[in-house]
Design a protein around this ligand. Structure first.
Ligand SMILES: [Zn+2]
Ligand SMILES: [Zn+2]
Length: 287
């Protein structure tokens, strides 16, 4: 594997018509996709979003939270993506994705699922909630004990002899120490669970490899929150899993301009630099 400066040099020389690309450490080169015919399908998707004003077009029983109204609220719009693929028989298959969650939902009919194991996610969430609840109960018990010991010490300072004061001072100190420890334990646990969450992203590529995102993301600055949740990785992972060969990819923004004023309604954007580029080279490998 090259160093980061060499990788940046290679990435800077990517083909100008690439809509998503990234450095592949296995091949020591940049893999990419262009838009192919996907823009046409992206424009169709935009028209459907505008016409139906919801994302569960195909459902007979539309859910209110799948309305696109939320894309015009203060927090801004969202990225959508289209991947043009061919299946084993040579038929064109068009995949659609929304970035991250749509209005708190990871899944919706007619859209590819997230690139992580959703059942594993639910199981992990339930386990974490139970453990964190137990730790929170422990913190509360330690807090109560510390409060009582502080009162006892204050009382002893007023009415007891020196020996008793010393005893209560020691008790108070121990109770506060136990409280600090219980808080630290919960903090450490929450942090350690982050890598378990990351590990739910077992990314598939076109060489038939499946690797945890923890082993794919090659930069050492830490994996940014939301990595793997953009449209490009969702779409490419789904294609690789289902024997589809990608031909072209387009991602566009839909809704109210974002806070940073870098994303505009119905504009097309290439795969993002921070989250997607460090995984897309691996994901596109074997195409
Ligand atoms: Zn991205
Ligand atoms: Zn490769």
């Amino acid at each position: 594997m090259k160093n980061i400066a060499e990788i940046d040099h290679l990435l800077a020389a990517h083909p100008k018509d690439a809509t998503c690309f990234g450095y592949c450490a296995d091949c020591n080169e940049v893999h990419y996709l262009t838009e192919g015919n996907s823009r046409k399908y992206a424009l169709e998707l935009m028209a459907e979003l505008e016409e139906h004003k919801r994302i569960d077009f195909h459902s007979q029983d539309p859910e209110p939270l799948f309305s696109t109204d939320c894309l015009w609220e203060k927090r801004g719009g969202q990225m959508f993506g289209v991947l043009e693929c061919v299946d084993g028989a040579g038929n064109t298959v068009v995949l659609r994705a929304f970035s991250g969650q749509f209005n708190t939902r990871w899944q919706a009919e007619g859209w590819v699922p997230p690139a992580f194991d959703l059942d594993g996610y639910s199981r992990l969430m339930a386990k974490i909630e139970a453990v964190v609840q137990q730790m929170t109960d422990d913190i509360e018990a330690c807090q109560q004990k510390a409060d009582q010991d502080i009162l006892k010490f204050e009382e002893a300072m007023r009415s007891s002899g020196l020996a008793a004061q010393k005893d209560y001072r020691r008790q108070r100190k121990e109770a506060l120490k136990a409280l600090a420890l219980a808080k630290k334990k919960r903090r450490t646990y929450s942090q350690s669970m982050m890598s378990d969450f990351r590990d739910l992203y077992q990314l598939q590529n076109f060489k038939g490899n499946q690797r945890s995102i923890l082993n794919v993301f090659y930069e050492d600055r830490g994996i940014p929150t939301g990595t793997g949740d953009c449209c490009a990785p969702k779409l490419i992972h789904h294609a690789a899993r289902n024997g589809l060969t990608p031909r072209g990819l387009s991602e566009f923004y839909f809704g109210r301009v974002n806070k940073a004023s870098t994303r505009f309604h119905k504009e097309f954007y290439p795969g993002c630099k921070n989250k997607c580029q460090p995984i897309l080279g691996y994901m596109l490998c074997g195409l």
